[in-house]
Design a protein. Structure first.
Lengths: 160, 160
DNA sequence: CAGATCTCAGCTATACTGAAATGC
DNA sequence: CGCATTTCAGTATAGCTGAGATCT
């Protein structure tokens, strides 16, 4: 194999120590775990967020659901198509304002949400497995503040 | 506006408190800042990582560069096309192993890297602006461990 | 009329896959 | 031959944009 030297997982120091890099890697892993585990039971992250919003806040229009879940209005359409096809939500015209649909979670949807809660909890546990309970708490406090600082500053989530 | 109730940025509590959700939001913001600020000077994250690897480790083949930067081999091709067109790297056949290219950073590439270092540093500062220096240090220690725990476990980065 | 809502078609970037062409 | 390297073509997903139809 001539020039050898194929053993090198070393990132450049510049990159290795970058907060944004570490966030990117941690997020990538969290995302992989979520996709894997939700896919195994036939769902996506959007489904979980929508069912959670419906269960916690009650029936809502698609525009409001988009605001509550940080999902774009056009992606809300698709995700609700999938959920209603499988009987986890109902979609009916709002008689008071006929531009809107009223989305309601079904008993099957509520039951399914409880199952998904467990899947999600396992993912969190796996994700943070390197930290003790006390360290997890400290980490979450700091991460919460980092993220909260930028809440309004993101371009995203139209329909607001 | 009939049914009112259009003021609600509340996430479901289930979602709001999820470590994976907070990571996702923090990463999304970090990514936005990186893209914005690098784009303003005509670069992408891939360019920075490749230039950094070349500056710190010296000339390398594309396969090795891919390992060092966690960039897929096929994306390395494209990013190096862009860098070499603009004179920041040289790409020449490896005379010792003619399957390979030897990629070398040019003086222009090194100079440009120093400029990019500043852009990147500003992004980190903005990203963590909610935390004091001591808090940033604690946050990074914990984040480093979370991320390191999953190093080998990701499907990604072929060419290894 | 302006503005809100839902829907559809499509765009961009990241991460990734498969396979061909070449060479070891 | 099996294996490594580069390259190209293409896939999947998330997040996002624009515009049309409908309605307030």
């Amino acid at each position: 194999m001539a020039s050898a030297a194929t053993r090198d997982d070393d990132l450049p120091a510049r990159v290795r120590e970058l907060p944004s890099w570490m966030l990117s890697r941690a997020h990538l892993r969290a995302h992989q775990l979520l996709v894997e585990n939700l896919q195994a039971v036939g769902f996506r992250g959007y489904h979980y967020r929508l069912l959670a919003a419906l269960e916690e806040f009650g029936p809502a229009s698609q525009a409001v659901l988009g605001q509550r879940t940080f999902i774009d209005r056009s992606d809300v359409v698709t995700a609700l198509d999938e959920l209603s096809t499988r009987g986890f939500v109902n979609r009916s015209p709002d008689t008071a304002d006929r531009r809107r649909n009223v989305i309601t979670i079904t008993p099957e949807g509520t039951a399914q949400l409880l199952t998904l809660d467990e899947v999600i909890a396992q993912v969190q546990d796996d994700l943070l497995s390197a930290l003790s309970p006390a360290e997890r708490a400290r980490f979450l406090v700091l991460l919460t503040r980092v993220q909260a600082e930028h809440l309004g500053r993101t371009p995203s989530t139209r329909g607001e």
